[in-house]
Design a binder for this molecule. Structure first.
Ligand SMILES: [Zn+2]
Length: 280
């Protein structure tokens, strides 16, 4: 019993995933541009895409965010691996909209590397009790067929467990419930953001005892304003969580103090995504 398996979410895509694996096997093609690579490439990413990925290693200064009015007071830390650009967008779009669910593997690898390599995050390998994804509303889950953050959480949990001895990290995909279908945080501004998400998240009553006194790693694909993560953390803290640390694959330009603002390589042919909007 080292994790709650997300069978409900993974089942409908299993055949599709197996087929995609046949057509697009990991370690043979770059997961971003599709170029042929050898199996030793880190994250299954080719040299060109690796160079173009903006590895911002963002560690958000929560005190500074609070000072500028962006309250994320329920989080103990918030980090992101990449600056959101064409290449990271391609990964997220392919996972969410092109249903390339196997991309949760390289994404979780990018996150695990980030945790291991950053001395501020490294202690989490030993202290985290639960890995919890930001939930989707059930209507969106029905439409997409899976929660991309839950797939990433599942793989990330396995990676964390491979790094530690003894007490396992638990993956708890149904820990948080999204009660209301909210509009994109980017489409509302300022104080509306808080209203938009008020009471949007609750704890699953069945998971309350797990949350009590637990150190939790909250996982999402993208960090936009931080309000979603903070509201999730609030629900977890209200249920007695000791610490809530947040990690996402990528973030936009909101929280990049001290990190290089280089644009992602613009020569990249962005086949998967036509919009500049950050995806939900
Ligand atoms: Zn590539």
């Amino acid at each position: 019993m080292n994790m709650y398996y997300f069978a409900k979410d993974r089942k409908p895509d299993r055949i599709r995933e197996a087929l995609l694996q046949l057509i697009f096997p990991m370690g043979t093609y770059c997961v971003i541009c599709g170029s042929l690579i050898d199996s030793h490439r880190r994250w299954s990413v080719c040299d060109n895409c690796m160079k173009a990925l903006n590895k911002g290693n963002i560690y958000i200064d929560l005190a500074e965010e609070a000072a500028s009015g962006n309250i994320m007071s329920h989080l103990d830390s918030a980090s992101s691996c990449l600056v959101y650009g064409l290449h990271s967008k391609k990964l997220v779009f392919d996972l969410k909209y092109n249903k390339r669910t196997y991309l949760s593997r390289p994404i979780s690898m990018i996150m695990a590397d980030r945790i291991i390599c950053d001395e501020r995050l490294r202690p989490l390998v030993d202290t985290v009790d639960l890995v919890v994804p930001v939930p989707l509303h059930k209507s969106r889950l029905r439409k997409r067929g899976f929660n991309q953050s839950a797939l990433i959480s599942l793989d990330l949990t396995a990676r964390l467990n491979a790094l530690r001895d003894g007490r396992p990290v638990l993956n708890v995909p149904d820990c948080l419930l999204r009660q209301r279908l909210t509009v994109s945080q980017r489409s509302v501004s300022g104080s509306e953001r808080n209203l938009n998400l008020e009471n949007a998240f609750t704890i699953n009553p069945k998971r309350k005892t797990l949350v009590s006194n637990a150190v939790i790693l909250l996982v999402d694909d993208i960090l936009t304003t931080g309000s979603t993560a903070d509201h999730c953390a609030e629900a977890l803290k209200d249920a007695g969580a000791a610490e809530v640390h947040f990690i996402s694959l990528a973030t936009g330009n909101y929280h990049l103090k001290g990190c290089e603002r280089r644009r992602d390589d613009e020569s990249f042919i962005d086949r998967g995504a036509s919009s500049d909007r950050m995806p939900e």
